[in-house]
Design a protein around this ligand. Structure first.
Ligand SMILES: Cc1cc2nc3c(=O)[nH]c(=O)nc-3n(C[C@H](O)[C@H](O)[C@H](O)COP(=O)(O)OP(=O)(O)OC[C@H]3O[C@@H](n4cnc5c(N)ncnc54)[C@H](O)[C@@H]3O)c2cc1C
Length: 394
């Protein structure tokens, strides 16, 4: 037996023995928030995986990881998917700020933040966008002023997902307004549990309200909670965006990513709404779209796997934009296909006696429109691919 096949056998045996039934298939995935109660099996699964270092499998052991190699990591993901075991822990902690601290943080910052992040102690919000700074993020105007051993923050962030349930927020703030706009920014960790941080909900088209406006009025942060050099936050913040895009693309090797792909269930769902014969959809146009969709899904997964195998860091650089974009377009095509098959049944929203799941397809279709906006819009990704991946002239 090679070392890797031995690792696979051990991993399979351990997962089978330790993954509770309630952590398999769709269901709750913890992301660290201290205000969201965890179901028993989700908590048990998180504790067992954290104990083994498998919430952040490739991180160093001293920070809560298991120091898995890339090959071992790929095996772990395969085995999680085989069991349909859910990711034990997700969110901006393990996926965005954790790997950023690993790359840019001091030893003291790593020791202070990473073990808690690996155990899901605290939910993280992302304080980047502002009313006047979205794609042109460097125009941000939130200020952080150094006063003794702490910073004082004032400003307004918008579209802060999940902020109402978060304990911490990483903020891009202007620490030197006199420098050119890309050079006076820092990335700062802020405790949200203080009077100077206010969160107000923004309601969405899909009916949910995970969005907020987050304001800072003389909020404070420790001076030693700047990640990377002071005023070098543009570089650090952009790397964090690559971790975000890679997470969307399924190629960030920080968190363990389990669960089956959504598309593996789509063909079954379609057959509930349109006639089929011998297991094939009768409508040739829809069938062709489904086949193309499945092929694209397969290509997406192979690309993810290849990119992970070729990685020399925890996440790729600019290539993450390409895989994120194709993943988002693919997910949106799945939503379109389902609604096309559902016909008039797909446009129900609310009616007396209607169960929420009956309008789920429409709500998902609306919600996933955001996949080509969040983490950088489709046009911004295309610009990055053109300039940084393909090297095309401006
Ligand atoms: C679901 C979701 C979750 C989000 N969560 C967070 C969060 O937690 N924290 C956070 O900070 N932000 C978050 N955002 C905000 C997100 O990062 C911004 O919406 C995004 O960066 C676009 O910025 P904007 O909305 O200001 O649009 P704008 O930048 O105003 O863009 C408007 C349009 O102009 C186009 N455009 C802009 N510049 C260019 C260009 N140079 N070339 C070509 N086209 C261009 C865009 O593609 C877009 O179509 C979230 C957004 C969504 C949808």
């Amino acid at each position: 037996m090679t070392e890797l096949s031995e690792f696979r056998a051990d991993t399979r045996a351990w997962l089978e023995a330790n993954c509770p039934a309630g952590a398999r298939g769709p269901g709750q995935i913890p992301w660290g928030s201290s205000t969201i109660p965890l179901e028993n099996d989700a908590r048990l699964w998180l504790e067992r995986m954290a104990e083994r270092g498998w919430t952040v499998p490739t991180w160093p052991r001293e920070y809560g990881g298991a120091e898995l190699t890339r090959d071992q990591y790929t095996v772990l993901i395969d085995e999680l998917k085989r069991l349909d075991a859910r990711t034990p822990l997700t969110g901006r902690g393990v996926n965005y700020i954790g790997p950023t601290i690993l790359e840019f943080g001091t030893d003291e910052q790593k020791a202070r933040w990473l073990p808690g992040i690996s155990r899901g102690e605290g939910g993280w919000a992302m304080g980047y966008s502002e009313p006047g700074a979205g794609s042109d993020l460097a125009s941000l105007s939130t200020r952080a002023e150094l006063q003794g051993d702490h910073y004082v923050l004032n400003g307004r962030k918008t579209w802060t997902s999940d902020a109402m349930d978060c304990d911490y927020i990483f903020v891009l703030a202007r620490t030197d307004p006199d420098r050119p706009k890309h050079q006076g920014i820092s990335l700062i960790l802020v405790n949200m549990n203080q009077p100077g941080v206010q969160v107000r909900p923004i309601r969405l088209l899909s009916g949910a309200s995970p969005f907020n406006e987050t304001t800072f009025e003389n909020a404070t942060a420790r001076a030693d909670d700047v990640i990377g050099e002071v005023n070098a936050g543009w570089t650090v913040g952009k790397r964090l965006l690559q971790f975000e895009r890679s997470t969307h693309a399924g190629i960030n090797i920080s968190g363990s990513q389990g669960g089956r792909s959504a598309e593996s269930h789509l063909a079954e769902k379609l057959k509930q709404y349109v006639p089929s014969r011998d297991g094939r959809l009768k409508d040739p146009a829809l069938r062709e779209r489904l086949v193309r969709y499945e092929q694209n899904g397969h290509a997406q997964r192979l690309t993810q796997k290849r990119v992970i195998e070729e990685l020399e860091a925890r996440a790729p650089g600019y290539a993450s934009s390409a895989v994120k974009l194709t993943g988002a377009l693919h997910a949106q095509e799945g939503d379109e296909l389902l609604l096309a098959a559902m016909g008039s049944q797909g446009i129900v929203w609310d009616a007396p006696g209607l169960e929420r799941r009956e309008s789920e397809a429409l709500r998902t279709w609306l919600r996933q429109k955001s996949l080509t906006i969040a983490g950088g819009t489709k046009e911004v990704q295309l610009n990055i691919i053109a300039k940084r991946v393909l090297g095309l002239p401006d």
